[in-house]
Ligand binder design. Sequence first.
Ligand code: AMP
Ligand code: MG
Length: 330
Amino acid sequence: MMNTEICQITDRSLAEAKSILLSGGLVAFPTETVYGLGADARSDSGVDKIFTTKGRPQDNPLIVHIHRDFDLNGLVYDEMPYAKKLREVFLPGPLTLVYRSKGKVSSKVSCGLDTLAVRVPSHVGAQAFLRYVDLPIAAPSANVSKHVSPVSAEHVFADLNGKIPLILDGGPSSGGIESTVCDVTGEYPVVLRQGLVSVEMIRSVVGKCGVYVPKEGEQVRSPGMKYKHYAPKCKTCLVTDAKQASLRFDEFKKEGLRAYVLCESKYAKYFPKDRLLDLGSTAEEMASRLYSLLREGELVADVIIAIEPTRSDGVMAGVLNRLNKACAEE
Ligand code: AMP
Ligand code: MG
């Protein structure tokens, strides 16, 4: 087992990060969405290490992270004029764009696809890191595969202690759910994974925006979406309203199980205060609290009962997607 250091972002820790990356190693770093587990995207062995360290399925491609002045055209074909508009409005920020790849990074990053997903995070620490190393950094979320994504350095440590040498600590991630992934290779943008940049926000900038829904039997366009994800270690169940949650709460109690309720603030009054995981009221608040509450909950609960949000538009679509995946059977 290697020693895992958690370091504030300083010139010293950044120099260490760069030397680790250049020798094919991994560094965890903060972003405004969740923490990333980074490798030099040009290095086959570095990228391989991401998959083995996380236990990530070999067909789930990675996002390449770059600083705001990095040469995008060196990595991908930037063919669609609307992509420039999206970059101007939303970047740096929680939006990943999928372009046709120029094949300049390890082929393991895209798992054999001819596209490359690129993101420019806005987090100050992420920008400092990417600028200092000045490399394209392939990075998925810095958790063990299928577990809840990490939104603090401590969460990364809990999952990857002994497996990676360095975690750069930039405080809690404010966004809370993974970036929106949007394909920009076609006539109009198509969202492959919903997130903090909503479909409605993209439409307001470029007019048209599709939402990808995998059809049965078809090869999945965003392979990551087919896997169970974001799941806490305890049992979970997802219900549609407070009444159902109360019924389940009492049933679990009779079975001797400690149930906690994960819900919007408006339902809080129906449940004991000390069994509440309160997500807040707006979609942004809920996104920002979801993963830390799931991680908090799994430490104390036998079962987490989650109540579905009543709305599913805008950013709430992303929240609902993560909640469904966290509570999925397999
Ligand atoms: P993660 O970094 O763990 O949030 O996972 C990255 C997500 O981006 C997964 O859902 C992938 O399927 C998606 N992704 C990465 N690269 C591509 C690509 N070239 N085409 C489509 N989706 C991608
Ligand atoms: Mg992930």
